[in-house]
Design a binder for this molecule. Structure first.
Ligand SMILES: Nc1ncnc2c1ncn2[C@@H]1O[C@H](COP(=O)(O)OP(=O)(O)OP(=O)(O)O)[C@@H](O)[C@H]1O
Ligand SMILES: [Mg+2]
Length: 812
């Protein structure tokens, strides 16, 4: 982010030229620097500012030597001497180019602005006179004499001070837009000298005039001079006020502004400045009109424009206001009519872009139909939930296409700070609007589809506010017509934005947010569906990406099936697309080399291009020995198979659990062991075996944390298999929670688990009987290929899972 760095003046900062040694003496980059002698200070020459004691002034320190001086003073907490240049044009002022009377200052802060300029915020302390300039330092150094303010006051002085205070107050009342605090400050300055300095510092007079006041050490004389200046000023103000009032009467308001602007331009021209400035302001003015902002925003924009107009272009605030105005101008304020929704066309586009997903497309069309019939309605927000690569983003893009809207994505993954959604207040340096407004500027229209990706990974609320509650406001049709971004500080109407959320899992989405959303689950594809998607979409897309013509490279269904089965294991099709791309790139190289004209890819060619198969019959390899059962797991990226491994060794009946199992999973292993023990007689396990051995249950992959109760059946089967020395059939996978009475309880994620089993080549899946109701969710292809065994009691599971004959040898 483009943030300014605010240096703590006391911290040792390696980028600054002078570093502090233990004795307080400074060293310059070139070598050791002599410590400043008693009574000497580092000097910063300034071109057009006079610092008075008691006032705080930001000084731009552009020159290398001045920076060194300011940093030196800041570091040692030593006073800094501020001297006005008598010749402002000299770049490296020597003794003859400076006034010899100045003010010592404390550096309150040293700031490096985003544009690289340096500023020292200085507080004036006391007048001084230069006795002698000293040579041989990396910055200007002078021996000085401090000048004390006379303590003595007499009636003469006090009378003058009183008059001065009155006149200054009068002036403030004549000036337009003087903050109330200013008057209070003026009233509360104590001491005649301090009062004189306060007024002198704030007066609108030239630097040389101020210097003259600074050099007037005698208090009475100084007060007289100031009184003279103020009286003159009051006269001027009065006259100009009269003129102002008269003009107001004679010319209409519009004309007057025009006239004044013309006058200002002439004055600026006279001064040789601001011609472009004027043009820039006029341009901004036009742009504000063209942006068709609502009245409140328009007013705000023009107020800021006015501030800009009065500001010198070099001022730090200038660019801040300019940036702010650019944001206001470029946001899509204008209310365009919502594009009409053509349901038939929408159906066509959804079908054109996506294979299958019939139920999902139907729900999307329903959603669009409702929106069409009741555009102002408080329709729910769609939320696509599913593993990576199943088409959530691309469905969103299709919806945009089908409704004639533009598409834009905002990623919410890892957003911890409310300000990332809602922006920072403008008072922060480098502040920007939040990502909602940023994306709106990017698409340039409110009639867009904004996809909020990864709402499930939105950071929890905490120290920096709750991003979820900001999102709630964005999504809530009751509130989002007046969405307030902290940076803009004016309401923005989000009600015509069509929001769609995506997530990998449902349960980490904050509850109130979930309530607002219409959840559409995308569980993942079967191999058959993947083949169709590859055939119809991915192949063509990857051919185009590699620049091959369809006739140059043909890939058979058998090859695609092999890629799906042997080189990818995923719920979506993202890796599939990547592998197809790899194949085509390989072909492209061969064709570009000219070694061939045309290539036909069959399954046999894959090993040479993609390497050895990655998911070869893993199940058969790993199971098939007593003590190993194949379980089914549900993960955010789709279903997966997992192996429960049990081993026995001599010991004293302990249960050892490894594989990063969560509490629930550990308990379910214990329950499984108790169930097996309770059935030892029926299973033909000798009691002695149980007493004299330790049992170890491990669930690879050991580094992945796992939890949940649904591996209960698999654990029971693995233990029973181990102790009866009967292997588990390698084409059987199982899932289900167990109770201590041996009941098999229902579990979630049936569809994902069945698809995962099928991918892994499992032919029989054991499921809790009470999950039978989920059967119609399972794709027809899976129902054909996989046979289901519904179990109510763990004992039934054993009948299906264990191979009938006693196996060869028990594992060690
Ligand atoms: N049913 C489908 N028909 C055609 N193409 C599909 C289908 N499903 C997914 N794809 C394609 O798969 C690719 C990956 O999909 P997409 O980027 O939408 O995934 P995603 O669900 O948004 O994943 P993530 O959670 O990682 O963001 C896209 O190129 C998309 O077009
Ligand atoms: Mg996506």
């Amino acid at each position: 982010m483009n943030e300014a760095k605010i240096d703590n003046p006391l911290s040792a900062d390696a980028t600054t030229p002078a570093a502090v040694s233990a004795t307080g003496a400074s060293h310059s980059k070139e070598g050791t620097m002599r410590p400043l002698p008693e009574g000497a200070v580092a000097i910063v020459p300034v071109r057009n500012v006079v610092l008075f004691p008691g006032l705080v002034v930001p000084l731009a320190v552009g020159r290398e030597r001045s920076r060194a001086a300011a940093q030196h003073a800041a570091r040692l907490q030593a006073p800094l001497g501020i001297l006005l240049q008598s010749k402002p044009d000299v770049d490296e002022p020597g003794p003859d180019d400076l006034h010899w009377v100045g003010t010592t200052a404390t550096v309150l802060r040293y700031i490096t602005a985003p544009d690289g300029s340096h500023h020292a915020i200085c507080k004036g302390m006391q007048r001084f006179r230069v006795l002698q300039f000293l040579e041989g330092y990396p910055f200007t150094v002078a021996r000085i004499q401090l000048i004390d303010e006379p303590e003595r006051t007499d009636a003469d002085v006090e009378g003058r001070a009183h008059a001065l205070r009155e006149r200054a107050t009068e002036i403030l009342q004549l000036l337009p837009q003087v903050p109330e605090e200013m008057v209070t400050a003026l009233q509360s300055v104590e001491g005649s000298g301090a009062l004189a300095d306060f007024i002198a510092g704030l007066m609108d007079i030239s630097a040389e005039e101020k210097q003259a006041l600074l050099e007037t050490f005698d208090l009475k004389a100084r007060l007289d001079k100031l009184l003279g200046l103020l009286s003159h000023r009051i006269e001027v103000l009065k006259v100009s006020r009269e003129i102002d009032e008269r003009t107001k009467e004679s010319i209409g308001d519009m004309n007057r502004k025009h006239l004044l602007r013309e006058q200002m331009r002439t004055i600026q021209k006279e001064l040789g400045e601001g011609e472009e400035g004027g043009a820039e302001i006029a341009e901004l003015d036009k742009a504000i009109t063209e942006a068709k902002m609502p009245e409140e925003v328009d007013k705000q924009a023009r107020k800021e424009l006015k501030r800009l107009e009065r500001m010198p272009e070099g001022a730090g605030e200038y660019s801040m206001i300019r940036t702010y105005l650019d944001w206001l101008i470029e946001l899509p304020w204008a209310a365009e009519p919502e594009p009409a929704i053509d349901i038939a066309e929408a159906r066509r586009i959804l079908d054109e872009d996506h294979y299958g997903l019939d139920k999902i497309k139907r729900r999307i069309l329903e959603y669009l139909a409702v929106r069409k019939l009741n555009p102002s309605g408080k329709g729910a927000i769609l939320c696509f939930v599913g593993p990576p690569g199943v088409g959530k983003t691309s469905l969103g893009q299709s919806i945009a296409k089908a409704t004639g809207r533009k598409f834009v994505r905002a990623s919410l993954g890892g957003v911890h700070d409310e300000a990332e959604m809602r922006g920072h207040r403008r008072t922060y340096i480098g502040a920007l609007p939040g990502n909602i407004i940023q994306n709106l500027r990017k698409v340039g229209t409110r009639n867009c589809v904004m996809m909020l990706d990864e709402v499930d990974k939105l950071g929890a609320g905490g120290f920096h506010g709750d991003p979820a509650s900001a999102l709630l406001e964005v999504l809530d049709p009751e509130q989002n017509s007046t969405f307030r971004d902290n940076y803009l500080a004016v309401p923005f109407d989000l009600s015509s934005v069509m929001f769609i959320c995506t997530a990998n899992v449902l349960d980490t989405i904050p509850g109130p947010l979930r309530d607002r959303m219409e959840v559409i689950q995308l569980p993942g594809y079967t191999a058959q569906e993947k083949l169709q998607i590859a055939r119809r979409y991915l192949v063509g897309r990857q051919l185009a990406a590699t620049g091959l013509k369809p006739e140059q490279c043909e890939i058979g269904d058998d090859a695609l099936t092999a890629i799906i089965g042997d080189y990818t294991r995923e719920a979506g099709v993202r890796n599939l697309e990547r592998e197809i791309g790899k194949v085509f790139r390989n072909v492209a190289v061969r064709i570009a080399e000219g070694s061939v004209q045309q290539v036909k890819i069959g399954p046999a060619d894959l090993a040479a291009i993609l390497g050895p198969r990655q998911f070869e019959a893993e199940v058969a390899m790993r199971s098939g020995v007593p003590g190993v059962a194949t379980g089914l797991a549900w993960t955010p990226v789709g279903g997966d198979i997992l192996f429960v491994e049990a081993a026995r060794m001599p010991g004293s009946g302990k249960l050892i659990l490894t594989g990063q199992l969560g509490e629930v999973m550990k308990e379910s292993a214990q329950a499984a062991l108790s169930l097996v023990k309770a059935r030892s007689a029926e299973l033909g396990i000798e009691g002695e075996v149980l007493e004299k051995s330790d049992i170890h249950v491990h669930v690879p992959a050991g580094a992945t944390p796992k939890d949940g109760p649904s591996a209960g059946v698999a654990m029971f089967v693995a233990l029973a298999s181990l102790l009866t020395r009967r292997a588990v059939r390698s084409d059987v996978a199982m899932t289900g929670e167990i109770s201590l009475r041996g009941l098999v309880l229902p579990i979630g994620g049936v569809k994902e688990k069945v698809l995962a089993a099928m991918r892994a080549g499992i032919t029989t899946v054991m499921l809790p009987a009470r999950n039978r109701r989920d059967l119609d969710e399972i794709p027809a292809e899976a129902r054909e290929k996989v046979s289901f065994v519904w179990v109510e009691q763990v004992d039934e599971a054993l009948a299906t899972a264990l191979s009938p004959a006693a196996a060869t040898a028990a594992p060690a």
